[in-house]
Design a protein around this ligand. Structure first.
Ligand SMILES: Nc1nc2c(ncn2[C@@H]2O[C@H](COP(=O)(O)OP(=O)(O)OP(=O)(O)O)[C@@H](O)[C@H]2O)c(=O)[nH]1
Ligand SMILES: [Mg+2]
Length: 283
């Protein structure tokens, strides 16, 4: 599947007035990009964080993260598209900053890019974030109708393939973008890349990322593994073996548990939130 590169993100940031980074309330530090935030702020653009999927974490966890991000000086709006929370507030915050922001002197997209849009005098915003954080769902909620396609698992039909622009209010347009690569390190983090930028079925080695994910879950919410699979095991590899055994997945050759299939199931359950886990903010 196609993810947006850092160079394309930078070019887009240069062109827009407002950047809305969508992060996952279940694991904000694993789904935010400090590099993106730094570049946006350094470019003197408005940086707003939408802490999305708040319905998947307890309220005090969501507000703990909002406080932490606000303490860093970031504008942070908690949202949940599933239960319809935070969208009016997000629109309101964008409109407030759109009104207060001088027009971007950078070259604007040409009429060829935006054939039907009279952007003159309008502010441009962009939604950006790791794959599957809910960017297109936010666009649909802001527009109050389904225009952008969405999907639960990376690589399944519905992921965003290219830039698309939507009118959010008079004089405010917003780009939906494909999920970006996890790019905070100088190189791409292979685990985040495997989890977020690939369909689980297409992963050549699903076991390594699944083991790292299970480790992260066990460290934060061991109950999540028990609730999803009925297992009280603390060895990540054994978790995979037991899932395979429970579901009757075995290698034909030697009848050993088919851990690859169990790993794919765990990754899918992470994306569909069947694995109900979250990372609380540090005290
Ligand atoms: N529980 C919950 N699920 C959400 C929320 N917002 C989005 N989702 C789900 O998350 C999945 C991904 O949403 P998308 O809007 O396709 O995410 P995206 O960031 O546009 O994904 P890409 O375009 O692939 O990068 C979908 O199954 C959505 O229904 C939310 O607030 N809560
Ligand atoms: Mg999308």
């Amino acid at each position: 599947m196609r993810a947006i590169s850092w160079d394309s993100i930078k070019r887009m940031i240069d062109r827009v007035d407002i950047v809305v980074e969508v992060i996952d309330a279940r694991e904000p530090e694993y789904t935010r990009s400090r590099r993106l935030e730094d570049y946006t702020l350094k470019s003197k653009k408005v940086m707003i964080i939408a802490l999305n999927k708040c319905d998947l974490v307890p309220e005090h966890v969501a507000y703990g993260w909002v406080k932490r991000l606000s303490d860093e000086g970031l504008i942070c709006v908690p949202t949940s598209i599933k239960v319809g929370r935070g969208i009016d507030r997000l629109r309101g915050v964008m409109l407030k900053y759109a009104r207060d922001t001088p027009l971007n002197p950078q070259p604007r997209p040409s009429y060829i890019d935006l054939p039907r849009i009279r952007y003159r005098g309008s502010r441009l915003a962009m939604l950006v974030g790791y794959p599957k954080t809910g960017k297109s769902s936010i666009i649909n909620a802001l527009k109050r109708r389904h225009g952008a396609s969405t999907s639960p698992v990376p690589g399944t039909p519905g992921y965003t393939r290219g830039m698309q622009i939507f009118k959010i209010a008079s004089h405010l347009y917003m780009y939906d973008t494909p999920g970006m690569l996890p790019i905070d390190l100088e190189h791409v983090d292979p685990i985040a890349y495997a989890l977020r930028c690939n369909a689980p079925e297409e992963l050549r080695d699903p076991v390594e990322p699944a083991l790292r994910l299970i480790e992260r879950i066990l460290a934060n919410n061991p109950d999540a593994i028990r609730d999803a699979y009925g297992l009280s095991i603390t060895d990540p590899y054994k978790v995979l073996e037991h899932i395979a055994i429970k579901r009757g997945w075995f290698y034909k050759s030697d009848k050993e548990p088919l851990v690859e299939e169990a790993a794919r199931a765990v990754i899918r359950d992470y994306h569909t939130a069947r694995l109900n886990f979250y990372i609380p903010p540090p005290p």
